[in-house]
Structure formats: C-alpha cells, structure tokens
Ligand binder design. Sequence first.
Ligand SMILES: [Ca+2]
Length: 200
Amino acid sequence: MKILLTIAVLVASVGQVQAGFIVNGGFETGDLSGGWIGNGGGTGPDWTVTSERPNTGIYSAYGNNTSVALKYVFSSLSVDDISSFSYSLFMDREGERTGGRGLRNIIILYTDGFQESHDLNLAMDQWHTVNMLPFLASGKSLDNIRWSGSFSAPLPSETWYDDFSLTTTSPVPEPSSLVLLATGAIGLIGYRRRKRKMVA
Ligand SMILES: [Ca+2]
C-alpha cells in the first residue's frame, strides 16, 4: 500500500510540471540560469538580471542600447503541445520620447531550420503582456527564441523582460521526476522479488 501511495504521489508531481515549462521565467533566481542565454550569441552588452524594475517578484531581465537578444533554448518542443505562452516587457527610452513608438523583435527558430521574425509596436514606459501563441507555426517544434532588446537610434533604450510562462497540453516530466519514477519502479521490482522469495 505504501508503494502504491508513493507511485500516486510521483505521478501527480509529473502532471504539475506542465505549469512551468520555462525554467526561471520570472528571473527570481537573481540570474539568467535555466535555459536563458544573454546576448543570443551576438555582440554588445550582455543581458543582466536586476531588481530595478520587476513586473512581479524581485527581479527582471535587463538589457540596453544595442541590438542584442535574450535567448531561450527549448531543445525541441512541439508547438501543437503548447496551450499558453506569454511574457511581459517594459521599454523605457532615455531622453527624447517618440510618442509611443517602440520596436521589439521576436525571432523564432524551429528544429527544421525554419525561422520567422515578428516586430512588436508597443507603447513605451509601461509593462505589456505579450501573447506568443499567434506568432508560433503549428506543426513545427521550437528550437529557440530570441527576444531583441534594441531600439533604433538616435537614443539608447532600455528593456526589461519578466514573467515568461509556457504551459503544454501534455505533461512534460522533469528529469528529476523521471529519476524518481525510475527509482520507484526499481523499488517496486525489488519488493516483488522479496515477496516472491518469502512465498517460496
Ligand atoms: Ca520577476
């Protein structure tokens, strides 16, 4: 009975993982750990995590000035399994204001090499929540996404990202959960063997 209960708890924990596919989506570790890569492989100032302007929690990811991207690596995730995908951004332009014109670029790369980019025109100086679903190509698998943090000349801009959230329709077990499941299965086999020996 104890083993059955353990297995039930493990199965339940695997199901819960789907609520947080993106690791460290709110940057609350205080750094870019998880699947994040600052700069997106480009040049220029790197992305950092700051407590200056969070949307929620204590931290958000911050970048400024040049055309570099914050990148998240998915290592293959089927678009058709994604049920929700959103994030928040705040654009702050130092100096001259341009009446709400802001350009942010999303570059989506799929495992088959297909690539699409989308520009966002959003008002500056406020947090926006962006729904990613309309930008995704069905039937494909995500490899990585780059969120550009640049704003064109003449003056530098600053960007904060926070609260990346992605849920899937099918549970995606975490490696640690898989290890626990495997451990549970081995334990169950051992228990059955012991029981068989006792009967004999
Ligand atoms: Ca946060």
